[in-house]
Write a protein that binds this ligand. Structure first.
Ligand code: RB5
Length: 148
């Protein structure tokens, strides 16, 4: 299983920690940057992560900026992407089970490394339930089609 990861300058250190963490869990990471400390713009990295997932180059995406919000908004603009921006593990778990989320974002200025690991664990270890949720997930795709 492959995870595309991306971040802005606020989250270089957290990205390194989470990258090593998911690699230790057996995932292959496609690191789309940034890995420099100079200020950069989160939309580019949200888009890169989302495109990797949308194109099938990665199974999941994890994107980190200061709050997780900007990079999540950017990722959610890409076709087929369902973002969850989480600061705690419960929402991460339910976003997989009910929303079939495929990109997780969080904020390096909001949560610490250990909370980020708990969120990642719940997100990666939870499975989409389908069933009654599929109708709603299909409706999300229909919104995309209507608003192209
Ligand atoms: C950068 O200062 C900050 O705006 C960015 O990391 C992110 O929090 C945006 O949503």
């Amino acid at each position: 299983m492959k995870i595309a990861m991306g971040n802005d300058h606020t989250a270089v250190e957290m990205k390194k920690v989470i990258k090593a963490y998911v690699e230790a869990k057996g995932y292959e990471v496609i690191d789309l940057g940034t890995n420099g400390s100079e200020s950069c713009d989160y939309p580019l990295f949200g888009e890169k992560v989302a495109q990797a997932v949308s194109a099938g180059e990665a199974d999941y995406g994890i994107a980190i900026c200061g709050t997780g919000i900007g990079i999540g908004i950017a990722a959610s603009k890409v076709k087929g992407i369902r973002v969850c921006t989480c600061s705690e593990p419960y929402s991460a778990r339910l976003s997989r089970m009910h929303n079939n989320s495929n990109v997780l974002t969080f904020g390096a200025r909001v949560i610490g490394d250990e909370m980020a690991k708990m969120i990642v664990d719940q997100w990666l270890d939870s499975t989409y339930e389908g069933g009654r949720h599929q109708r709603r997930v299909d409706q999300l795709a229909e919104i995309e089609m209507r608003n192209r």
